[in-house]
Design a protein around this ligand. Structure first.
Ligand code: C2E
Ligand code: CA
Ligand code: CA
Length: 418
């Protein structure tokens, strides 16, 4: 059912205290709810709040039909979880493939514990909900939701997403040969002192036609072709030279470089890394190697030998994306890591779910007990930063502190923070 009634003040007269958001006429909301009473109630509340176009669907099937017919106009979807025919989760799965960029909010009558897991469930289906609301929804909550949806839509509408060009392995290898790859540096901040103490070197490809390209274009093809070392060693050499140059400018920073798991199978890896770093006049203690735990280790004995040798030579070792792979704890016991990097998925969910917050806090605690540093990755907001400082996280990294910057800009950034 489509409602397009004239706006009216509600009988209780609480419109005056809530205040209607400045919604454009084109802002349509889709309500997916099987209970007739609840559906009508939400429609009335939305009207009071100034929504001009409201589509009402009794289940997922009907909702998909509205999405198909009025897709671009629908900016917000309020979706119940339990419904006959097609339930909320199935609808969300279809929504993620539909190309719709509407914001999603889940409404549910379930208990709090279930509501908390809904966020994660939706993300697994490919959609991150704006909010999960407990039924019945209050006017105030709905108003907040509309405001948030408006802001979010303005943000996502602003920069058009760059197309990722199709580039093959040969292009990538030629680019490496032609010195088109460079590290960008993302600062690591000490929460106690507020000082920049290090930076992570992140590979960027300055492509002559396509401009600056991110690792999603080249890391996987290089890893799959067994050619990742070509990039690793180039990037390490550049980072080591920069580390030396930073030192000469009075910036005593420890630089982190990402190391692919695949590289650990080479028995000479530790020697090669050591030789590159020393040749640049840098002490191994100034360099940290970050290893992700997602890919399975092919030759465990050789990998452990490499890691042990790197530690013996004085390099720092970080376990990257901690919490996302399997066997994290086992890895911590086997390898003398000096740093744990808490994956950004936990940081971004820290305010939404108690589970994510508990994982972050426990990881900080594990690191403290092991006598090593914890680094929170993907710190995006002031709220993240405050929560992490309160939780005693010693180091943070993320766009809130600084985006990854090219060498010269990074130096300028550090100079202003001295
Ligand atoms: P990573 O090691 O987990 O690096 C952190 C990623 O998170 C970077 O993405 C960084 O730009 C991004 N990031 C940092 N702060 C924020 C934030 O506040 N919000 C959000 N949403 N993202 C943030 P990037 O540069 O695209 O790199 C992606 C991945 O590619 C890296 O993940 C790393 O696994 C891999 N990578 C990058 N450079 C190299 C390299 O030289 N060698 C290898 N083997 N892998 C690399
Ligand atoms: Ca990393
Ligand atoms: Ca990471």
């Amino acid at each position: 059912m489509e409602t397009n009634l004239a706006r009216k003040v509600d009988a209780a007269g609480n419109i005056a205290t809530i205040g209607a958001p400045l919604l454009p006429e084109s802002f349509a909301v889709l309500v997916v709810e099987d209970d007739d009473f609840q559906r009508e109630l939400v429609a009335q509340q939305l009207q009071i709040l100034g929504v001009a176009k409201i589509y009402l669907a009794a289940d997922g099937v009907e909702a998909l039909m509205y999405l198909h017919n009025y897709g671009p106009a629908i900016r917000l979807i309020l979706c119940d979880l339990e419904m006959p025919n097609m339930d909320g989760l199935e609808f969300i799965r279809h929504l993620s493939c539909s190309g719709s960029d509407a914001e999603l909010a889940i409404t549910s009558g379930s208990e709090q514990a279930v509501l908390r897991s809904v966020h994660t469930l939706c993300q697994a289906q490919g959609v991150t909900p704006l909010d999960v609301l407990e039924k019945p929804i209050t006017n105030r909550h709905l108003k907040q939701l509309l405001d948030e949806a408006m802001v979010q839509q303005a943000v996502t509408a602003a920069p058009p997403k760059a197309q990722v060009p199709e580039l093959g392995l040969l292009d990538i290898l030629t680019g490496i040969e032609n010195e088109e790859f460079e590290p960008h540096y993302q600062a690591k901040l000490d929460t106690a002192s507020g000082r920049i103490v290090g930076a992570e070197a992140l590979a960027r490809w300055r492509h002559p036609q396509h401009g600056l390209l991110s690792p999603e274009v080249f890391i996987e093809p290089l890893e799959q072709a067994g050619e990742i070392d070509k990039l690793t060693f180039k990037l390490l050499a550049q980072a080591a030279a920069d580390c030396r140059a930073f030192c000469e400018l009075g910036l005593e920073l420890r630089l982190s470089v990402n190391l692919s798991r695949a590289s650990l199978a080479d028995p000479n890896l530790a020697h090669r890394i050591h030789a590159i770093v020393c040749a640049a006049g840098v002490r191994p203690a100034q360099v940290m190697l970050e290893i992700t735990e997602t890919a399975a280790m092919t030759n465990v004995a050789v990998a452990l030998e490499n890691l042990a040798r790197l530690r013996l030579r004085g390099f720092g070792l970080a376990i990257d994306d901690f919490g996302t792979g399997f066997a994290s704890m086992e890895q911590l016991g086997r390898v003398a890591f000096t740093e744990i990097k808490i994956d950004r998925s936990f940081i971004s969910n820290m305010h939404q779910t108690r589970e994510a917050r508990t994982i972050v806090e426990s990881t900080i605690d594990i690191a403290r007990r092991l006598g090593i540093d914890a680094v929170a990755e993907g710190v995006e907001t002031g709220a993240d930063w405050l929560a992490l400082r309160k939780a005693g996280c010693p180091l943070v990294q993320g766009n809130y502190v600084s985006r990854p910057l090219p060498r010269q800009k990074f130096i300028q950034f550090c100079e202003t923070r001295k």
